[in-house]
Design a protein around this ligand. Structure first.
Ligand code: PHB
Length: 396
């Protein structure tokens, strides 16, 4: 609810800009409505580059669909390549906040980088929308009123696969991933669901991020002979892993499972090697809803490739920002009402409509998908309206 003029707006009023009762966007000296400044902090190089690019493209697509304005204000962008390097996260975030003075940070993809970004955002009370990185703490112990996620928590997509695999008769599994927060936590969610359903993880294998020398680990898996393997890889590393697993001849003897990150945005490059893979994710192909069809057509018309889960998350980050800005007519200084605008919104996502939980993470269906003819076809719902537990988050 609009309970009055925010301090920032009131000060602008003192400075001579007419302020009607309620919210008012910032105006420049010439009376023009000033743009909202969005700071992208995303990987534009390395194994996650394609993810960062699709998030950016789809965010811009939504803004263009709104005539280039959110909350009545034009939108201006700055972009920083975070290089998926946790060591540079704090500096890069501080630059966006202090030097570029962005109104909102949209970032990032890599969970280890996200920890640094979220800490700075919390300390500086910045508005932050996370368009991918699932690190549980971002909507757990590091949650804050100005921090939202348009994607998933690492706990969410792997947890439901545990029951699916046990139901398919796989009681002993080996897990494999990159050794960093993203991989470890996605496997953690899977392990929780798997062991709860009666399965046992018999070995947890790791390699450093973003290493793709998989041979020794594939040999080890062949020696252990588990009922199945569950992995987390994404982007360029996922392409190589799926091809290597197939080339090693393991697909028939030891079935491979994963979250949908293994096969989203990567199927063209993986080709035959990915056919038949079962994955769980909050998005998939063949949803065939008017919203998803329109989104995909519009995204592809930009000529930068096909839509995938990352594009959906970027588009929805823009929709969340729009919900907040529309609620305050572009007055970013009216922070409490802007936050309420996002908290109360139902986001009309291509994945299906969603709201956020108290910890500001999407409550969403997790689909079961199967790779058929180069598409991640949705074959079922592995978990309905799954809510992240938000462990350690004290937002009430
Ligand atoms: C993560 O680090 O949280 C992460 C990165 C890429 C994905 C999914 C999760 O596709």
């Amino acid at each position: 609810m609009c309970t009055g003029i925010s301090r920032r707006t009131a000060l602008k009023g003192v400075a001579g800009v007419a302020v009607a009762a309620g919210f008012a966007p910032v105006r420049s000296a010439t009376g023009q409505i000033a743009p909202v400044k969005v700071g992208f902090l995303l990987p534009y190089s390395g194994t996650y580059a394609a993810l960062g690019n699709n998030i950016t493209e789809a965010f811009k697509l939504y803004v263009e669909e709104r005539g280039g304005k959110l909350g009545g204000r034009p939108v201006e962008y700055v972009a920083v390549d975070d290089e998926s390097d946790p060591g540079k996260a704090a500096d890069n975030t501080n630059k966006l906040v202090t030097r570029d003075k962005v109104d909102v940070i949209v970032g990032t993809v890599h969970s280890g980088v996200q920890l640094g970004v979220s800490k700075v955002a919390r300390d500086t009370n910045s508005l932050l929308i996370i368009p991918n990185a699932g690190v549980n703490a971002a909507t757990g112990s590091l949650c804050a009123s100005g921090i939202f996620r348009s994607s998933f928590s690492n706990w969410q997509p792997g947890y439901p696969m545990g029951r699916v695999m046990v139901e398919r008769g796989h009681k002993r599994a080996v897990t494999l991933t990159w050794k960093y927060a993203g991989g470890e936590e996605i496997l953690g969610g899977f392990k929780e669901g798997y062991e709860k359903a009666g399965g046992k993880v018999v070995e947890e294998l790791y390699l450093p991020f973003p290493n793709t020398e998989f041979q020794a680990l594939l040999t080890k898996i062949a020696e252990i002979k588990p009922d199945a393997v569950f992995v987390f890889f994404a982007g360029g590393g996922a392409v190589k892993f799926v091809k290597d697993y197939h080339a090693a001849g393991l697909r028939k003897s030891i079935p491979l499972y994963s979250t949908g990150f293994l096969t989203d945005g990567t199927l063209k490059a993986q080709g035959e090697a990915a056919e038949g893979l079962l994955t769980t994710l909050h998005y998939g192909d063949g949803l065939d809803t008017p919203k998803d069809n329109a989104f995909r057509t519009a995204f592809e018309a930009r000529g930068k490739g096909e839509a995938d889960v990352y594009a959906v998350q970027g588009y929805d980050a823009a929709q969340m920002l729009a919900a907040g800005l529309d609620a305050v007519k572009g007055d970013v200084g009216a922070r409490a009402d802007l936050v309420k605008g996002i908290e109360r919104a139902t986001i009309d996502s291509p994945r299906g409509p969603f709201t956020v939980g108290k910890n500001h993470n999407p409550i969403q269906d997790i689909y079961l998908r199967e790779v058929k003819n180069g598409k991640n076809i949705v074959v079922g719902v592995a978990a309905k309206a799954l809510m992240d537990p938000g462990r350690g988050c004290k937002l009430a």
